[in-house]
Structures are given as structure tokens and as C-alpha cells.
Write a protein that binds this ligand. Sequence first.
Ligand code: GLN
Length: 299
Amino acid sequence: MSLFTLGARLAADARRLAATIKIPRGEAMREIRRLACHALKVTPAQLIVRERESPGRFDLSPYGIVFDRRLKGEPMAYILGEIGFREYVFRVTPDVLIPRPETELLVEEALRFVDGTAPRKVLDLGTGSGCIGVSIALGRPSAAVLGTDASAEAIAVAQENALLLGAPNIAFAQSDWFSAIDGVRFDLIVSNPPYIAAEDPHLPGLAFEPAGALVGGADGLSCLRTIIANAPGHLEIGGVLIVEHGFDQQAAVKELFLQAGFSAVETRADLSERPRIVFGTLEQKAAAKPKRKKAVASV
Ligand code: GLN
């Protein structure tokens, strides 16, 4: 095929991309245009003008490099180095999980529990890119947020996001869940921990992202167990824990909340109507309550 214009070349690339990584043609074309703008350092309007011209007029090698990366399945967010999350744009690197739309819901729930005027202490466990903690800090300037992660590389990314987005009320600490958190109690603890089971068939499709941010032990629940069991020791009375979990883990996660003494345990589904979030409140009585007895099944 002779490709007389840059537009024809990009359309051919979009067809190849769609067939190779199995995405719809329209989506592939949008991705190709985004990659071309990024690599050629032009605006979408400038690209439209150039699409009518001969491809030989431009040095397309930077575009060729990013096209090859996408053709190998690398996520757009890593190639572009950024992704939209709520009304913000977050920097991402392969050291952090790419923020997902379902996690925006966790932020919405979290904001409901953080008063806009009173100072509130918030802990974001496993902050990654910082998308949850930084969004809360930006949405509630009177809150004091601490973002933790076991990965120093992730903390560097989160710190950069806090700086670029202008959130002075978030600090970061390297910590394996609660390991480095001593003597502070929070009003709200939030976490989107790794929750995919080690043998889950979806994992090969997520190969570009850090396994440490995805895999939660053999059944996917090991991090959630640690977080939920230890949260009461780090919450004020009346404090709230909110976690994101896998599509088939809601019953197990709810049970873990009840075992840990949380009350008013509630759940939320994501926009695709998959169960996705559990939250509960630590009340004084609940905190001191012995292990719950199994209810007698009614007939
Ligand atoms: N929800 C993500 C996915 O399905 C996983 C995020 C996580 O493990 N916390 O890819």
C-alpha cells in the first residue's frame, strides 16, 4: 500500500494496532493520534494539518518508537507517562499501578467522611501513584494526609504528583502497611491494596504493571487481611476504614471487617456494577467486642 499522507500512515498503523492488541478500530485510531501528538510534540489541531501532508516531510522516528511499544501491549499510561484520574492528571511510571476508574469511587466515598473544615487525619496505605491520597488532600485542604508505600520508587512518584498538583497537606513515608506507623491514630484509613490471587488468569494481561501492586497472596486477600485486622489499632474511635477489593471478594472482606470489630459495615459496587468497596466504622463498643458468634441460619 502506498501511503501518500501522514494520515494514511496513521490509519494503517491504527488497523495494525487494533488487530494486534485486540482493541476496537476507533479506540486504536484515538490512541495512535495521542501517541503521534506526544511523540511529535504537536497539538491535536496541528496533527490534523500534518495528516494531509506527506509522511516523508517529518522525522517520524520518535513516533515509531512509541508505536512499537504500544504494539507490544505496553499500556498507554506508561508510554505517555500520565493518566487522568478524577479531575486531575497523575504522573505514572512502571513503578506504580495505573490508576483505575473504579478507584475514583473509593475517593468519592472517602471524601464523604472527611469534614471540609475540621482537621482530619487520613492514612492512604499503599499509595502508589498517590492518586487516592493526593485526591483527598486536594479535595479537603484542611485534612492532613499520610501516604505510605513499601516501594521507595512509588513514593517518589506520589511525591512528584503531590508537588505538581499542589497538595501541601500530604506527607509520605516508606512503610510495609502499618510497620512504620507508630503511635498515631487516624480518622480515616483508605487503601487500594494488591488483591489479585497469585494464579489469577488475568495477571498475564497486566504484565507491565508491578506485581507487588497487584498480587495479594494465593487467594488475593492476604494484604486485605493485614490491613483490616490491624486498622483498629490505628484508628480513632469513630474512625472509618475504606478498602477496594476484587470483584468476587466482597463477602470475604465484609466478614473480615466484622471480625475486626467494625460496625456500620457497608459496600459499594463500581460503575460496572461489580462489588468493589467495603467500609466500616470503629465504634468503642465494637472495638472491645469479642469475636462474633455465627448467626443461626433462619429457615
Ligand atoms: N482492579 C485492578 C485490576 O483489575 C487491580 C488493582 C489492585 O490489585 N489493587 O487490574
